[in-house]
Design a protein around this ligand. Structure first.
Ligand SMILES: [Zn+2]
Ligand SMILES: [Zn+2]
Length: 127
């Protein structure tokens, strides 16, 4: 296991990298499997072939089912988005719920995406 930010070798149960202080799993400069540098945004590591998908499968530190349930029950208020650091999406849901009552529909779409592993955590997106 390697730090994705600086590429230093690290122990899997370390919470942060001793070398650069970045949280384990954060950063996208190095492959966490083989430690080789990767292009930011690359989907697989060219050196070892491991999938690098930075966000999907990582629901703000929560597991998939927890996030799916939160999305199902509280999704209309964007709670699941805020928990994943996607405040833009969360705000859109609150506005949609308060103004048009549509937040639940957006939340339902997220719910289905989470269950089918299609959900991508992206703080820059609105939907
Ligand atoms: Zn590091
Ligand atoms: Zn690799």
């Amino acid at each position: 296991m390697y730090c994705k930010n600086c590429g230093a070798a690290m122990n899997p149960n370390q919470a942060i990298c001793i070398q650069c202080g970045v949280k384990t799993g954060d950063g996208f400069n190095f492959c966490n499997n083989c430690g080789n540098p990767v292009t930011p945004g690359a989907e697989v590591c060219l050196a070892c072939g491991v999938a690098l998908k930075k966000a999907s499968g990582n629901y703000g530190g929560q597991d998939k089912m927890t996030m799916a349930l939160i999305c199902f029950f509280l999704g209309a208020l964007g709670i699941h988005n805020f928990m994943m650091g996607e405040s833009k999406k969360g705000i859109v849901k609150i506005v949609a719920t308060l103004c048009f009552g549509l937040g639940a529909i957006l939340a339902l779409i997220d719910f289905v995406k989470i269950l089918t592993d299609k959900y991508e955590v992206d703080p820059e997106k609105l939907f």
